[in-house]
Design a protein around this ligand. Structure first.
Ligand code: NAD
Ligand code: MG
Length: 405
């Protein structure tokens, strides 16, 4: 395999660190061109020391200044840049082949678009890009001959099962593979509160919500897993990625997290992908696609798993999941509003300003505001995102004041 030049957007996060771990195990195959982060200077300096990228981008200018000082002091020949424009630049450099899009939240949308516009291999962890702007993004991928490879473990599983799916060509209805498929299923762990009595939900703390039973992930996605908003966002993600109707995307709760995704074919066959709960499996698959890499995993020991169970999602326990499904059905601006309101609500919950149950009610309130927008450009999407955030912040502020009375 030829050496692939890679930019990792969000290299200091959970997905970013796992990506670099795979790179470190295959230094003959990957050359790190750029790493990016928001503010984590310590982690970024360490990554620059080990991987010697040409560029390191910090979103935050003060962090960039401090990193520059440290990089010079340590005689590391990495150019330090800052700001969104620089994120876009390192995602689209001519020498870059592969871009891992692993920034969390709406902040990932512009650099991810930049990578697609430049026709790169886009390894998509930032599901929020598809939730906010799926239609535009899939067009940009197609028009610029980018190759879109899913990192989300469930979507990566479906991608592995649905042999013949070709990413950006999936909208081609004449492709025989489309008609062979009946539907797909994404599994969900159910998160840390799957069996907790619903009456106790109001007292859930941020520390309890970020403690995921199977996966080690960033804080935002961990809370999204606890509310199951994450699975709702993933249904929307799957809709765009695989060009499927909402009714063709099932979700089953599977706490053992051995099966990640299933594809149901019209001949009655079901093909499922199994594996351990480690993001390096989907990450390495997308990094090496169409080959596979050995990153040193222990094989999943099925004999040690007593049971594999699958159950429907309880709508009363997981209202956020239902809101995401409704937003997908509603279409238009609804998914972007859902995403923005959720980001604000999750941030406020993590900062102790609102309770766990407020997350769903804030998202629901924002969705009911009947916002409109044409959503044909990324600017229009970002404008709706900002308006929805403002609504969500106002609700948070009113509840916070009320709580402190
Ligand atoms: P994380 O919080 O661990 O890391 C986020 C990264 O983005 C960090 O490098 C951070 O510095 C950077 N970042 C944060 N805010 C930024 C901003 N405003 N501008 C630029 N950079 C910023 O997140 P994560 O868990 O690695 O998740 C990253 C993405 O991957 C999310 O979209 C998530 O939904 C998706 N994902 C994660 C996992 C997982 O196992 N962690 C699994 C599937 C999908
Ligand atoms: Mg997932």
């Amino acid at each position: 395999m030829a050496v692939r030049n890679i930019t990792i957007l969000g290299s200091t996060g959970s997905v970013g660190v796992s990506t670099l771990d795979v790179v470190a195990r295959h230094p003959d195959r990957y050359q790190v061109i750029a790493l990016t982060a928001n503010k984590s200077i310590g982690k970024m300096l360490e990554q620059c020391r080990i991987f010697r990228p040409l560029y390191a981008v910090m979103l935050d200018p003060d962090s960039a200044e401090n990193l520059r000082t440290e990089v010079n002091k340590n005689e590391i020949e990495t150019e330090v840049l800052c700001g969104v424009k620089s994120l876009e630049k390192v995602a689209s450099l001519p020498e870059v082949d592969v871009v891992m899009a692993a920034i969390v939240g709406a902040a990932g949308i512009r650099p991810t678009f930049s990578a697609a516009l430049a026709g790169k291999y886009v390894l998509l962890a930032n599901k929020e890009t598809l939730v906010m702007a799926g239609h535009i993004f899939m067009n940009v991928v197609k028009e610029n001959h980018a190759t879109l490879l899913p990192i989300d473990s469930e979507h990566n599983a479906v991608f592995q099962c649905w042999n013949g799916w070709k990413g950006h060509q999936s909208t081609d209805k004449t492709n025989g593979k489309m008609t062979e498929l009946s539907h797909i299923c994404l599994t969900a762990s159910g998160g840390p509160f799957l069996t907790m009595p619903i009456g106790e939900f109001a007292a859930i703390t941020p520390a309890a919500a970020v403690k995921h039973p199977n996966w080690e992930m960033g804080q935002k996605i961990s809370v999204d897993s606890a509310t199951m908003m994450n699975k709702g966002l993933e249904v929307i993600e799957a809709h765009w990625l695989f060009d499927l109707k909402p009714s063709q995307i099932d979700v089953l709760i599977h706490p053992q997290q051995a099966v990640h995704g299933l594809v149901y074919f019209r001949d009655g066959s079901i093909i499922a992908q199994m594996g351990g709960a480690d993001m390096r499996t989907p990450i390495s698959y997308a990094m090496a696609w169409p080959d596979r890499l050995d990153w040193g995993p222990e094989p999943l020991d099925l004999a040690t798993i007593d049971n594999l169970t699958f159950a429907q999602v309880d709508p009363d326990r997981f209202p956020c999941f239902m809101l995401a499904r409704q937003a997908l059905e509603a279409g238009g601006v609804a998914p972007a509003v859902l995403n923005a309101a959720n980001e604000v609500a999750v941030g406020a919950f993590l900062n102790g300003k609102i309770g766990f149950l407020d997350i769903a009610s804030i998202v629901e309130s924002c969705l009911s505001k009947a916002l409109v927008g044409d959503l044909t450009t990324i600017e229009a999407v970002c404008a709706i995102d900002q308006t929805a955030r403002e609504h969500a912040r106002q609700i948070v502020a009113s509840r916070y004041v009320f709580k402190n009375d």
